[in-house]
Write a protein that binds this ligand. Sequence first.
Ligand SMILES: [Zn+2]
Length: 280
Amino acid sequence: MTIATPTVRFSAQFSRWRSRLFGLLGVMLLSSGCGDVPSTSQAVISDHGDLTINYVPSEIEEYQWIQESLEATEFFDDLANELNTEFAFPEDIEVFFAECGEANAFYDPNSVEITMCYELIEQYMKIFEDEIETQEDYDNEVIDAALFTFFHELGHALVDQYELPITGKEEDAVDDFATVLLIDVYEDEAAFLSGLWQFEGDAIEEQDHLDDLPFWGEHSLSSQRFYNTACLIYGSDPDEYEFLIEEDYLPSDRAERCPEEYEQKSRAWFTLIEPYLQGE
Ligand SMILES: [Zn+2]
């Protein structure tokens, strides 16, 4: 699978999501003259914080390249600015790209910090290393590999900061958040497919440890995260992503209800975060 250039474009994307979900309802309510049309005016909390991006230097050459690529593109700085415009945050959420000693990423509710480990980005890039030929390819791979994980961790931060009522596994819910945001708001196919292939890579590794899988874990198994993500992507546009069925990534038994599943998840996440979006 070829991974394309990141296509994230900013501004007014949340409004588009809003109109897709509420547009028809809004027109109906207006024309019948009753009820409240979901407004674009004011968040339910005051905006007391910002997302800030920090790059922690590393002694390791590979991580220096990752850091320099991330810094040079200013991609996450621009993304943070955009999110700060869209969301009212009760306090600052600091994001650290850093060497951690493990391939991981996490949100710490005590310090209100997201940490994105260079080790994890490096690990994900290895899945795609055959496709890296130029510096531009390299930069794009770094960003795409990091972006799905970033939105997953931001999902944890929003659940914590807004005390969002999540039922079911929070880990699954924030995978859904990352996927629907990249589909509906940023329309960044390269990034949500990167997320999908990351889960596929993890799922293949899982096959070597079938007797020792952490069924007790907070995360669903990587194979399940792969199928759940594939289902949302397919459900968002069955014609465009028919290859997921044709090439046996997604069984048709599951695929049948994926359009509904995608609509449900997209609407649920929008409903949860809409009160915290700031007006235009
Ligand atoms: Zn998580």
